[in-house]
Each structure stands twice: as structure tokens, then as C-alpha cells.
Write a protein of this length. Structure first.
Length: 365
């Protein structure tokens, strides 16, 4: 989710103020070469693409300069929480983990700042204080449709890419003087592959195309171990998560006239299975295996100092069904005070499960 900044009329006339590509991979590599010290940033709660793009590029820079460990020319900063496998994958590259609301360390003043997989203030909040006085030192490498163009005039932006690692791979090749990604060292190819695989749902989503598979092929040729990565990312569930999954599936309700599937998880479900709030991630994808289901929701009952609330996650299939276009779950969630993307969206509702479910069914087309 991104929030666009308001633009004044004069800003609109300046092409660099519009969220478009303003540079190319070669120019970004040359710009990197002109900087002595570099910090790589990405969005909060870094995912596979965020970690993959920053780690690969930091490694390419450090490899070129022969710098390692504490004296690395390039280091990555991440805003927690970070997935367990992410911290493991990041070693031995120098990185710092910032725990918001703790701000980024202002003691460091790098010559250049590379921002990967986002260009939105809303996703860079923990770094805002650090970034604001240094916007003339930034470059953005991203694939998102929206962003705040004032964060950098140098934007390597490919909105047709499935993952930020695609433009990042090009920059890595230019930096290291390679013809293609199959020549990359395996410790650089691996995080790139993680970004490509995770942002495509392990090559399942509608953003998969020939370019994605071509880069995947080159990275495999570079020596990436596909099976090890799959195990690292998708075969590390804890038992409570599977017990919670059983409860979620048990709660499954099919709303026939809306081609919708709804699952609910109560506070008691989490307590009884000893599951953590994040353990329900991905459950919303499971009922999409039913052919007639067009839209799936999972409702999680949660508690905070203000009381009980319900967190809704919605997904819709990208394909037509019975002549009907895909459901725009962003529009559905906006009716409930939330939002997101057309195919994946969410909302936080200050009601219990049953009341929220009623409101959701009313909001579905
Ligand atoms: Mn991404």
C-alpha cells in the first residue's frame, strides 16, 4: 500500500516529479561507482524481494571493491520485523536491524543511499528522519506503480517487472562487467532468485512472464540451489501453525451467491493452538483451490488496548469466471475502511467476528 504525496502545479510540470523511470541500469552502476560509502534501504517488514534486491546489490558493490565485514563499503539497513530466514540469508553481508519507533542511526553519513523495492514514504517511515536531509544522495530501484517521486530524482523504475530484483540484477551485471546474470557469483544470484520467486508466489502469480523465467533460468545457471531455497522459505512451519490451519479450514463458510469463501479465527483458536498472530499468513490462499470461489476472506479476531477488533485479509483470483470480471478487493476493503491492491487487500474493523462478517458479505459484489 502506498500513499501518494500531493503535488503542486509547478511540480507537475517537472517530469522528474512524476513517478516514472528517469535513468537506466548502466547509469545507476556508474553513480554507485562514484560513491565511496553506500547504505541500502528497503521497505519496513522486508520480504524476499526487499531482502533479495538489497543483499545482492550490497554484495556486488562489496565484491567489486574487495571490502567485507565491518569495513564494507555498502551495508543494508532493515526495519523490523524481519523474517527468520531473512536474517540467516543476510549473513555475512553487513546489515543493521532497526526496531521502529527507534530511528535509523544518524551517526552514519554515507555518500550514497540506494532504496530498493519501494519509493513510498509510508513504507520508509523509520528512515524518514535520516533520509529527508539527504534526498540529493538517493537512487531508487523499484517496480511499484506508485511512489513519492521527491524521494529521488534518480529512479530505475520498471513497473512491468514482477520483482525489484529484475532491475537490480541488471545493475549488478553492469557493476561487475558481466554480460548476463548466469555469470553472477552464486551468493549474489541466490538473493536475486529469492526476490523473483517470492514476489511471484514461487512462479505461480499472474506477474510471471517470459522475462521472469528467463532471469530465473540464468540465476539457476549461476548455481542457485532451488530446492534448498524452497525448503528455507516454505518448509519451515511450526506445528502450531498447522493446528491453526486446521481450525481455519474447519471454520470455512461458502457464500454461494457471491462465489466467496470466508474463514474465521477467534482469539481462542490462537490460544488453544499456541499460534502467534503472524501464523495465519497464507491461509487465505488455500480456498482459492475451489474452482467456483472467486474471492476469499480470512477474519482474525485480535485484541489491543482499545479492545477487540477484526483483521480482514481478502484475495481474489485474477481470472474471469462465468463472464464476470475478477473481484476488486481493494474496492471491497475501502468500504470497510481499509484498502490495498485489486487482488490482495485488507481492513481492520472495530467489531467482533460475527458483525464484521456480516458487513463484509454486504460489501462483496
Ligand atoms: Mn517487490
Amino acid at each position: 500500500m502506498t500513499t501518494q504525496s500531493s503535488q503542486s502545479a509547478s511540480q507537475k510540470e517537472d517530469p522528474s516529479s512524476i513517478w516514472t523511470n528517469t535513468t537506466d541500469a548502466k547509469a545507476v552502476a556508474d553513480w554507485i561507482d562514484s560513491k565511496e560509502t553506500l547504505v541500502l534501504l528497503t521497505h519496513t517488514k522486508p520480504d524476499g524481494d526487499a531482502l533479495g534486491s538489497t543483499l545482492a546489490l550490497a554484495r556486488a558493490i562489496n565484491l567489486k571493491r574487495g571490502t567485507t565485514g565491518a569495513v564494507s563499503a555498502a551495508e543494508c539497513w532493515y526495519a523490523a520485523p524481519m523474517p527468520e530466514w531473512g536474517a540467516k540469508m543476510a549473513v555475512p553481508t553487513k546489515f543493521r536491524l532497526i526496531n521502529p519507533p527507534q530511528p535509523a542511526p544518524a551517526v552514519l553519513d554515507p555518500d550514497g543511499i540506494i532504496i530498493c523495492d519501494t519509493g513510498s514514504w509510508s513504507q520508509l517511515a523509520p528512515f524518514k528522519e535520516f533520509l529527508e536531509p539527504r534526498l540529493d544522495k538517493t537512487v531508487i530501484i523499484d517496480h511499484h506503480l506508485q511512489g513519492n517521486s521527491e524521494i529521488s530524482t534518480r529512479r530505475l523504475l520498471d513497473t512491468t517487472a514482477a520483482a525489484a530484483v529484475q532491475p537490480t540484477a541488471e545493475v549488478c551485471c553492469h557493476l561487475l562487467g558481466l554480460d548476463n546474470a548466469s555469470q553472477l557469483p552464486v551468493d549474489i544470484a541466490t538473493p536475486l532468485y529469492v526476490g523473483l520467486a517470492t514476489d511471484t508466489g514461487w512462479f505461480k502469480h499472474s506477474n510471471v512472464n517470459g522475462r521472469v523465467m528467463h532471469l530465473a533460468g540464468e540465476l539457476l545457471d549461476a548455481g542457485v540451489n532451488h530446492s534448498n531455497l524452497f525448503a528455507m522459505l516454505y518448509q519451515r512451519d511450526r506445528t502450531p501453525r498447522l493446528k491453526l490451519m486446521a481450525r481455519a479450514l474447519e471454520s470455512l463458510e461458502i457464500i454461494k451467491d457471491k462465489n466467496a469463501a470466508i474463514m474465521t479465527l477467534t482469539l481462542e483458536d490462537f490460544k488453544a493452538t499456541k499460534a502467534a498472530p503472524g501464523d495465519s499468513g497464507g491461509f487465505v490462499d488455500i480456498p482459492q483451490s475451489i474452482e467456483a470461489i472467486r474471492v476469499v476472506a480470512i477474519l482474525n479476531e485480535q485484541h489491543d488496548p482499545e479492545g477487540t477488533f477484526t483483521k480482514i485479509s481478502l484475495r481474489s483470483k485474477p481470472t474471469e469466471w462465468d463472464g464476470q470480471p475478477p473481484v476488486d478487493v481493494n474496492a471491497v476493503c475501502q468500504k470497510l475502511g481499509g484498502g490495498g491492491h485489486a487482488r490482495a487487500s485488507g481492513a481492520k474493523v472495530r467489531h467482533g467476528l460475527e458483525q464484521t462478517k456480516k458487513l463484509l458479505i454486504e460489501a462483496l459484489p
